[in-house]
Design a protein around this ligand. Structure first.
Ligand code: BDR
Ligand code: CA
Length: 311
């Protein structure tokens, strides 16, 4: 299996991404889960990450708390999407498993140094603060990273938290800038892809009909998460942003995209956090990321339902 570290700010869609990874031990070995402030503050994201591991029946998973604020800007959260706890919807028990003592950033650095070079993939599902801090503290880790597969940014879909920025990049643009310049191979799941991964009512019924605790909890999470997108975009279901990352690691052939130059806006307040993605290759700036543009949504949801059934 591919060794991964999931860096996350759960979040209902983060939760589903984590469940998918934990349900797929043949393909993915989760070395640890590192929490970051994002959708809600760090105390809640580090708590939610443990709630999700216990829901998956994997309380032995190591969960670490990381940075509680972006590198330079004030934390912006998204309770308007995810609810007060970040994981509103299902009623899940308080976590009993411990939070590890080590700081998430040190875990990321030590793991990349301890494992063979090129064997660990980072999967950021929230603001990039933990990853950027690790790169700043230990620049030697950049060339040891197998790949960074992250959810963030947008091109045609432009923005969801401001007219021109996607939430994860907007919350910590300075961190995103460091990550996109770090030289490691980067694969991006932008809104252009994730807005095609819509939980229609038939897809949600498939989760609920699993008749398991996990199936019911996921259906309740997406029910909650959905009301926001229905009101805002009039779309036919909630976009499952973050599970695109873990699905890609299991079934990359479901996705397609382009290897292009992507730079992050860090100065203009108007377009702060915009991913300036050279989709049409009109500049001569070197490609630094594979920006996904499309996915086979039916194959994505079949994979998800089939894997969630295993938990
Ligand atoms: C991203 O922002 C968060 O609200 C979601 O969890 C996802 O990671 C989508 O813009
Ligand atoms: Ca997230």
């Amino acid at each position: 299996p591919r060794k991964i570290i999931i860096d996350t700010d759960p979040g209902q869609d983060d939760a589903v991404a984590i469940l998918l990874a934990l349900a797929s031990p043949k393909e993915l070995e989760v070395l640890g889960i590192t929490a970051v402030a994002g959708n809600v503050p760090l105390d809640l994201t580090s708590r939610n990450a443990r709630i999700v591991c216990e829901l998956a029946g994997k309380p032995e998973t190591a969960v670490f708390a990381g940075c509680d604020a972006p590198l330079e800007r004030k934390l912006v959260t998204a309770e308007h999407v995810h609810g007060r706890t970040g994981l509103d919807g299902p009623v899940l028990p308080d976590p009993r498993m411990p939070l590890q003592d080590k700081h998430a950033v040190d875990f990321i650095i030590e793991t990349l140094r301890a494992e063979p070079a090129g064997s660990v993939t980072l999967c950021p599902l929230g603001p990039l603060t933990n990853i950027a801090t690790a790169l700043q503290k230990a620049p030697d880790i950049a060339e040891r990273i197998a790949e960074i597969v992250l959810m963030g940014g947008a091109y045609f879909e432009v923005g969801n938290i401001t007219p021109t920025a996607e939430f994860n990049i907007y919350v910590d643009p300075q961190a995103a800038d460091i990550v996109f310049r770090c030289g490691a191979p980067i694969t991006v799941m932008p809104l252009d892809v994730t807005h095609k991964a819509l939980v229609t009512s038939a897809r949600n019924d498939a989760f609920r009909s699993l008749g398991t605790r996990v199936g019911t909890a996921v259906a309740e999470m997406t029910d909650f998460f959905e009301r926001f997108d229905l009101e805002k975009y009039g779309s036919e279901g909630a976009p499952l942003h973050d599970p695109c990352v873990t699905a890609y690691l299991i079934r990359p052939e479901i996705f397609s995209g382009r290897h292009i130059n992507v730079e992050i806006e860090t100065t203009s307040e108007l377009t702060m956090g915009m991913t300036v993605a050279d989709w049409w290759r009109v500049s001569d700036r070197p490609a630094n990321a594979t920006f996904m543009g499309d996915l086979d949504a039916d194959a994505f949801f079949s994979l998800l339902t089939e894997r969630l059934a295993r938990l």
